[in-house]
Design a protein around this ligand. Structure first.
Ligand code: UD1
Length: 420
């Protein structure tokens, strides 16, 4: 992507449906037998197509277009997942819980995804084992089997989003009362619980640290709307800040953006919060440095850490960021420095000394959110910036080119040097 930076963004966009809500919701369809799940506001993203491919490979019929997805699930499902699809995306591990609960067995090659830390799935496996699944690791794949899962009490060492989702799905098809303690509280978990409840499971406490699930042997067809994508929305707001512009994101629940809004206000940025939209206004103003630590929801999201770091690189004064969710999510710092940022990294802490100008150059996206942050840097920098390895960015941002151009960003896609 070639970016001619330096001009303020202005205008409004509508947030996409949340990628991280859509993926577990799609996986939850595997709990159905001869029934269907209909999803509305599904974002058209690479990861969504990967998950659709995975579901089709297991035997489901997936129709997708215009934001609507219908997943028809036959009586018989395959339970062995293909390595080529699973290795593309870590969220593939979300099919494990539904497959074990529904088929009594599953084979899952250890998943891939963004290169941001070691990212094991031991919490998922330990929890499923506690529910009565026998788990073995053979030739890089997880083999799980059971004669029937049993309802039990699971207590996570850390509120893992994916592990909470896997257990929530498996427990929804397990007769009896399961309790999930130290559960993740993300809005995407609440969206998943809403779908499972519509299918027939009885669920209480989602959005809090303890979730109670009364499973049902047979679940029925359901229809659910995906919640707005808080990370996408926040990325566009930060683009408005970084370019000293005025950006409004519509179709969002401002509550999901609370931790960002608090930090923006602390930095002295004007934030407008309305019923279903949030706007920032940063005309001709420099914002102050602030400090933050990434945490599970409702704390500051790790998926926004590279983007807010980009904005803090141009703040007045010093900021400190502590990454507490992932163990090596600072790969983007090398590229930031090439654009003139002043950053000092010590373990999981980064000290940022704000600069007033960034210089455009060629940079490489190492993962999805780092790629988004580099695009923000390019929009704010003087001169031209080329962001390479955009394939990561397409995994999470729908219609990025048209949304950015509607905000008056001067960007275009150019062929890779190898002509791709
Ligand atoms: C989800 C999001 C991802 C986001 C992350 C944290 C989806 C599809 N992806 O990922 O975008 O960055 O939440 O908000 O929703 N961990 C273990 N063992 C496990 C599971 C997790 O050690 O079995 C660790 C991870 O390595 C990481 C931390 O727990 O350090 C959080 O991971 P988790 O909440 O599980 O993230 P994901 O569900 O993979």
């Amino acid at each position: 992507m070639l970016i001619r930076g330096g001009s303020p963004l202005s205008g409004s966009i509508v947030a996409q449906g949340a990628k991280n809500a859509a993926l577990p919701l799609m996986a939850s369809a595997l709990l159905l037998k001869g029934q269907s799940l209909t999803l509305e506001r599904v974002p058209d993203l690479m990861d969504i197509h990967t998950m659709a491919g995975l579901l089709r490979n297991l035997g489901a019929n997936v129709e997708f277009g215009g934001g609507r997805m219908k997943i028809d699930v036959p009586d018989e499902l395959k339970w062995e997942t293909p390595a080529n699809l699973v290795r593309k995306m870590r969220a593939s591990s979300l099919v494990l819980g539904p497959l074990v609960a529904r088929c009594g067995k599953a084979v899952l090659p250890l998943p891939g995804g963004c290169a941001i830390g070691s990212r094991p799935i031991d919490f998922h496996l330990k929890a499923l084992a506690k529910m009565g699944a026998e788990i073995d690791l053979e030739h890089g794949s997880v083999h799980a089997r059971t004669d029937g899962l049993r309802a039990t009490r699971i207590s996570f060492d850390f509120p893992s989003v994916g592990a909470t989702e896997n257990v929530l799905m498996a427990a929804s098809m397990t007769p009896g009362r399961s309790v999930i303690e130290n559960a993740a509280r993300e809005p995407e978990i609440v969206n998943l619980a809403q779908a499972l409840r519509a299918m027939g499971a009885r669920i209480e406490g989602e959005g809090g640290g303890t979730i109670q699930v009364e499973g049902a042997k047979n679940l029925g067809s359901a229809s659910v709307r995906i919640i707005p994508d808080r990370i996408e929305a926040s990325t566009y707001l930060l683009a408005g800040v970084m370019t000293r512009g005025e950006v409004t994101v519509n179709g969002i629940n401002p509550e999901y953006l609370e931790s960002l809004i608090i930090k923006l206000e602390e930095a002295g940025i004007f934030v407008g919060v309305f019923a279903d939209s949030v706007s920032v206004s940063c005309r001709d103003r420099r914002w102050k440095g602030v400090s933050l630590k990434t945490l599970p929801y409702p704390g500051f999201p790790t998926d926004l850490q590279p983007q807010i770091m980009a904005a803090l690189c141009m703040a007045d004064g010093t900021s400190v960021i502590q990454e507490s969710v992932f163990d090596s999510r600072y790969v983007h710092i090398g590229e930031f420095k090439r654009m003139g940022c002043k950053l000092d990294i010590q373990g999981n802490t980064v000290v940022i000394t704000g600069v007033s100008k960034l210089a455009g150059t060629e940079v490489h996206a190492s993962d999805l959110r780092a790629g988004a942050a580099l695009i923000l840097m390019g929009l704010a920098a003087e001169g031209e910036t080329t962001v390479c390895s955009l394939k990561h960015v397409w995994r999470g941002y729908e219609s990025l080119m048209s949304k950015m151009t509607s905000l008056r960003a001067d960007i275009e896609l150019i062929p890779d040097q190898d002509g791709a």
